[in-house]
Structures are given as structure tokens and as C-alpha cells.
Design a protein around this ligand. Structure first.
Ligand code: BDP
Length: 687
């Protein structure tokens, strides 16, 4: 009794974030009465014999419904509503989705979750719990959904030694060393969370891959993961090092046209499929940032990808990354991927997908969409997003990324649709942000980015606001007033980060190596395109990268209608001004301010935005459990400090270049420029 009462009050256990959005906190008021009295809970499986997947669906329903009712286990009454799982074939990947609707069955009230296959029923079960978790009455829940994109994928940049490249949430959740014998139960919880948002593929290791992960001992480890995740509808992919035939096979070459190389990969694929019959395929970073690839042998990306695709055959897919740029190439870095890949359109095998980052540079807080979207109509292309916040504050503060991804998904390529429409037939991958931290993602709010990524891959038409609200309702509170405050904070947060790190189209201004904090002054790195000054091009006269016809002409890689929107500094969306134009500091903007004044205004807006988030969060203390309230307050104090640091260091630097006085009402930086330049963080995480 006491336990139930405490549970009902939502205080039984400390809120450490481990349960994610699957907390199933007890409902309140009418919704609770509705669910306790009118409803459940007898998940009934009809039609087919059971399966591990259906057993999971049933267990999730029981667990979720009990939680929502405030009980430790579901209670039956004579009037209980049956939840009927009507689930078709066991085989299948849930692509046909599910339907949920109330129905009378033999005079009894029921809610039917119907799907063509068992994974579809699992998705439907989670969808029902989500709707209930938002406070919707059971009798009013009617849903018909199917995923838009077939491949809804997480890319782990996890290394076999347990470190995570660009990971800010502890160590890898995959304990490779102790696999296959020992499987951390956390990995099953991981699959649950992913299945609940429709994720169906996971690349388990860093794209900067170790060849030895293709050795038999690693195939056994991978098979154990595949077995654990299969019932959740998740297929495993492996990042493969292109030179593995040399490193592991002792061959003198990894030339993709060499018969011995082809045979080696074919045998390797056969070996993997013998252990993992539904192995998804290989993810490959080739000829990029020092990784080996087909160009080492004078072969094209298509020749390299197609060789691997032939080894997999109909069994799997090669996901080939378009993230390439070269030190030796003096072309604008943002143009190099298009230049290399666009001419290869039509040459890739049917089981190759080209994975293209959202923008042409590298996961910056704001970039225009990548010009390859729409430019390769005869190639299967998918979107690569970054959930981990490498360039948006890492694991401090709040930056809700759905608006960033939506900006790209909704962008009209001018070549056959929006980015969302172009990638809809294939899919979307997100660089995962999970780690061994108790709350999975380092900060509580970063759970929302994982969640939003899955929801958008399922349905890219979902508004950022709806996703934020449904996440926050399940994660923090359904109380409308605090829920509204949290949703508003989330929606503004990414724009705020853009404002204090790189407003008006500025990008790549971060510290070297660790990518933490501001360093716009860095100009002396060996590779020109690793220097912030390569990107901002600030001098006494102005700032910004001229990518029009008078400069690099990156604009020409876009459809003419799109290029036209951006080619004129007078009419361009000011958020992209300095991405495409080098402008005088004194240039007058539609706001009436000069560029220099506008920049200062934006930096101040960024700082004020973080202060506002911190104040809003402080006001929510009565509505949020003390553990997570304190943790987020801590995150926001860090972000307040970082926002000031970015603002001050940036203004001090720009001023040192342009020699202009600070605009009126702009507070001077707290420290002299040199003090910011001296700051060093060799120990920053994630490298
Ligand atoms: C960059 C990261 C680097 C990755 C690279 C990639 O800084 O760690 O290896 O992207 O995507 O953003 O391959």
C-alpha cells in the first residue's frame, strides 16, 4: 500500500534518468481514473503463435500500463479492457506499421493493435503507451502509422577499447572485451528504448574502424549483439576498414578490382552471414581524413563500394559515406564531396547507399543543406545527422536538435523535392550520443535528441514542437504549464547556441582537436581547411566566405532556384549571410544595424537566451523531481559560462581584426583576447 502510494506520487525511486522516456510515471486526475477503472489490462495475442518479439510487446504493455496506473503490476477488474495484439507474420520488419483502434469484441470493450508482422505490433504497443503517457484517454486513441523511411539507423562511433569518438556520456555501452560470453543487460534496455522510437539499425563501431573488428572473435561478439537486438527489430551493421584484406588477410593490396581482394571480402561476408543471417551490412568511411579507400589504387568510390556490395549480395547493404575532403585540394572544402560524388551518379550498385551529412561542412550548429541532396537522382542516398553534440556544446547545457534537422529535412532542394522527400525511400542515420553514464546521454535533455532523431526518421513531417512536448511529457511532467515552459525552452535552445557560437552563417570557429570552446584566431594548422580562419576569412574590411561566382562559387552546386535565394546579400536569409558572402563590417542589414552591430546583438541574444533558459528552469523547481532538477540546473550553469566565453572571446577577436569600437550598449569582453587564446584543454573528452 505504502509503496503504491509513493509510486503514485512519483517519488518511490530517485529519478536518475535511466528510464528515459519509458518512465511510465503514474497518470493524474481523470486520465488515471479512466485507466484504472475503464481499462486494461489483458494483452491478448490473437491469430498466430507467439514469438520473442510478441513476448516483448506484451511485457512492455504490462509494465507500461501498470506504471501509468500507479501500480507495481497490472490489476484486472471485471470490466477490464482487453488490449488485443493482432499481429500477422512473425517475419517482417514492421515496415507496414500498425493500426490502433477501440473495438467491441464479443460484447467486451477492447483496444486492438493490428499489424502485418510482429515488429509492427511492438511498434504499435510502444505507440499506445506513448499516447497514454501523454495523458490521452485510452478510448480516444486511434492511430494508423507506418514509418516513412525504411532505414532508421544509429551510428556508434564507439571504439573496441571502450572509448567513444565524440562521445560525451561516458564510455561505450558495448563492453567488447567481455563479449560474447557476457552481455550487459543495459544493451537490452538500449534495444527497448530504440524500438520504442522505431530505430531499426545500429552500426556498432566507429567509422574510423579497426580492421580487427572483422576477425572471427569479433564476429562472435557481434553475433551476440545481433541475437539480443533481433527481437526488437534491430539489425546490426559494422564499420569496415577498407584495407582489412591487407591487415587481416595478408594480401599485398586492397585494390577493389583485384580478384584476391574481392574473394577475401566475399569470404568475409559469407563468414559473417553464417553467424548473423540478418547482418545489415558495412558502413564505410573511405579516403577521408586519412582512412584507406579505393582511391589509394586509382579506383573510384563507386568501384570501392560496388566491390563490397557484390560481396554482400542481396543479403545486405553497403553504406558509403560522402564525407570527404582533402588537404591537397585547394577547392573550397564544402564543395569537395559534391565534386567527387556527383559525377558518379548512376554508377553505384543497387545495394549501396550514399550517406550524406546534413550540410556540406561538418555538423556545424547551422549549415545550409548538402548540395548532393537531389543532385544524384540515380543513386540511393540517405541523410547522416549527428545526435552527439560535437559542435553544439557537447554535454553541457541544452541544445534541442530537432529544429536543426527539420531545417534540413524541410529544405527544398529545387531538384525533385525536399531533403526529406529525397531520402524518404532510403533512410536517415544519426551519430549516437549514448554512453555508460547512468542517464545514457550525459545530460538529461540530450535524451530528447536521441528521441527526436528516432521520431523524425519515423516521420519527418512531425513538428519539432510536438516531438519536444511528447518527449517532455513522458520524461518530466504532463502538467500543462511546466510542460509548456520546457517545450519553449527546448525549441529556442539550438538557435541560442547558434547565436553565441556562430551567428549569421559563421561556422567552424571552435577549438582545435577537441572542438570545445571558441578559437576563431587559429590560423596556423598544417591543413588549411582545419583552420577557423579558413572559414571566416575575417580581415580589416569584412568577414565571411565568398561562395558566390566572385568567390568559390559553391552556390553553383545548388539548383538555380536555390542558388538564386542565396546569391544576393540584400535578399539572402541573414542566417546564411556569412556562409555565402564576404561582407564589409559596415554593411547595413535589413534590421537597420551594421553587420558589426548585428553580430554583437546576436552574441548578446545568445547569452540572454541561456540566461532565460536557466531562469525558466529555476522556476520549474516545484514541478520537477529534485535529482533531475539539480542536474539540469548544473548543466545550465555550465552553459551560461560557456555562452559568455564564446561571446567575449569572439567579440574580442573580431575587434582585434576590424579595429572598430564596440557598438554602443555592447559590454566589453570580460578578459583581454590573449587570455582567451591562452586557454588550453588537452584533456577535453571525446577525442
Ligand atoms: C568529424 C569528427 C571526426 C569524425 C568525422 C567523420 O570530428 O571525429 O571522424 O567527423 O564524420 O565531425 O568521419
Amino acid at each position: 500500500m505504502v509503496a503504491a502510494a509513493l509510486l503514485a506520487a512519483g517519488q518511490a525511486c530517485a529519478e536518475d534518468g535511466y528510464a528515459l522516456w519509458l518512465r511510465h510515471a503514474p497518470l493524474e486526475g481523470e486520465a488515471l481514473a479512466d485507466l484504472r477503472e475503464a481499462a486494461p489490462i489483458v494483452p491478448v495475442i490473437v491469430g498466430r503463435p507467439g514469438s520473442p518479439t510478441l513476448a516483448i510487446a506484451e511485457a512492455e504493455l504490462r509494465r507500461g500500463l501498470a506504471g501509468l496506473q500507479g501500480y507495481d503490476r497490472p490489476r484486472l477488474t471485471r470490466d477490464s479492457t482487453e488490449i488485443v495484439l493482432s499481429c500477422g507474420e512473425e517475419k517482417g520488419d514492421g515496415a507496414a506499421g500498425f493500426g490502433i483502434a477501440p473495438e467491441m469484441i464479443e460484447g467486451r470493450q477492447a483496444v486492438v493493435i493490428a499489424a502485418e508482422d510482429h515488429v509492427g505490433c511492438l511498434y504499435g504497443s510502444f505507440a499506445l503507451l506513448r499516447a497514454l503517457g501523454e495523458g490521452k484517454p485510452l478510448s480516444e486513441i486511434r492511430l494508423t502509422e507506418a514509418p516513412t523511411m525504411p532505414l532508421r539507423m544509429l551510428d556508434h562511433w564507439d571504439n573496441p577499447d571502450g572509448t567513444v569518438e565524440r562521445g560525451y556520456a561516458g564510455r561505450s555501452i558495448i563492453d567488447w572485451w567481455h563479449l560474447p560470453e557476457k552481455l550487459d543487460p543495459r544493451l537490452v534496455d538500449y534495444a527497448r528504448a530504440n524500438a520504442s522510437i522505431g530505430i531499426n539499425a545500429i552500426a556498432v563501431n566507429n567509422v574510423n574502424a579497426k580492421a580487427f573488428m572483422l576477425e572471427p572473435r569479433y564476429i562472435a561478439k557481434l553475433a551476440r549483439l545481433a541475437d539480443a537486438w533481433r527481437p526488437y527489430g534491430i539489425r546490426v551493421f559494422l564499420s569496415a576498414r577498407f584495407s582489412a584484406p591487407m591487415e587481416l588477410g595478408g594480401l599485398p593490396t586492397a585494390d577493389p578490382l583485384d580478384p584476391a581482394v574481392k574473394a577475401w571480402w566475399k569470404a568475409k561476408a559469407d563468414e559473417i552471414y553464417a553467424s548473423i543471417p540478418d547482418f545489415g551490412g558495412f558502413l564505410v568511411k573511405a579516403n577521408s581524413e586519412g582512412q584507406p579507400g579505393p582511391q589509394d589504387y586509382g579506383r573510384s568510390h563507386a568501384e570501392g563500394a560496388n566491390m563490397l556490395a557484390a560481396a554482400l549480395g542481396e543479403r545486405g547493404t553497403v553504406i558509403w559515406r560522402a564525407f570527404v575532403y582533402r588537404a591537397e585540394d585547394s577547392t573550397d572544402r564544402t564543395m569537395q564531396a559534391y565534386a567527387e560524388f556527383q559525377p558518379l551518379d548512376g554508377q553505384f550498385a543497387g545495394n549501396v547507399i550514399l550517406q550524406i551529412k546534413n550540410g556540406p561542412l561538418d555538423f556545424q550548429p547551422r549549415e545550409p543543406f548538402h548540395p548532393l541532396f537531389g543532385a544524384m537522382p540515380r543513386t540511393r542516398v540517405m541523410l547522416e545527422a549527428q545526435i552527439t553534440r560535437e559542435y553544439l556544446g557537447q554535454a553541457s547545457g541544452i541544445a534541442y536538435l530537432a529544429p536543426l534537422w527539420k531545417e534540413v529535412l524541410d529544405a527544398d532542394t529545387g531538384r525533385g523535392g525536399t531533403v526529406a522527400q529525397i531520402v524518404a525511400p532510403t533512410g536517415m542515420a544519426g551519430v549516437a550520443n549514448v554512453g555508460s553514464d547512468r542517464n545514457w546521454t550525459g545530460t538529461h535533455f540530450d535524451q530528447a535528441n536521441w528521441y527526436a532523431f528516432g521520431r523524425l526518421a519515423w516521420n519527418p513531417a512531425l513538428p519539432s514542437e510536438d516531438i519536444a512536448r511528447e518527449w517532455a511529457a513522458q520524461t518530466f511532467t504532463r502538467n500543462p504549464q511546466p510542460l509548456g515552459t520546457i517545450t519553449a525552452m527546448m525549441l529556442a535552445s539550438r538557435g541560442t547556441v547558434v547565436d553565441y557560437t556562430g551567428p549569421m552563417g559563421l561556422a567552424h570557429l571552435m577549438g582545435t582537436g577537441h572542438h570545445y570552446g571558441p578559437a576563431p584566431w587559429v590560423c596556423d594548422l598544417e591543413r588549411p581547411d582545419w583552420n577557423p580562419c579558413y572559414y571566416h576569412r575575417a580581415d580589416n574590411g569584412g568577414v565571411g566566405f565568398d561562395r558566390t561566382a566572385t568567390g568559390s562559387n559553391a552556390l553553383a552546386q545548388y539548383a538555380p532556384a536555390v542558388a538564386a535565394q542565396w546569391s544576393d546579400p540584400a535578399t539572402i536569409d541573414p542566417r546564411f549571410l556569412l556562409w555565402f558572402h564576404h561582407m564589409p563590417w559596415t554593411h547595413r542589414l535589413p534590421s537597420g544595424r551594421t553587420l558589426w552591430e548585428e553580430l554583437a546583438t546576436r552574441y548578446d541574444a545568445g547569452v540572454a537566451g541561456v540566461d532565460r533558459m536557466a531562469a525558466d528552469w529555476a522556476s520549474l523547481a516545484p514541478a520537477i523531481d529534485p535529482e533531475r532538477h539539480a542536474a539540469v540546473a548544473g548543466d545550465l550553469s555550465i552553459q551560461r559560462k560557456e555562452a559568455r566565453w564564446w561571446r567575449d572571446a569572439s567579440l574580442a577577436y573580431w575587434q582585434s581584426v576590424n579595429g572598430l569600437p564596440l557598438p554602443p550598449d555592447t559590454a566589453p569582453p570580460a578578459e583581454p583576447l590573449d587570455a582567451y587564446r591562452q586557454r588550453k584543454f588537452p584533456e577535453a573528452p571525446g577525442q
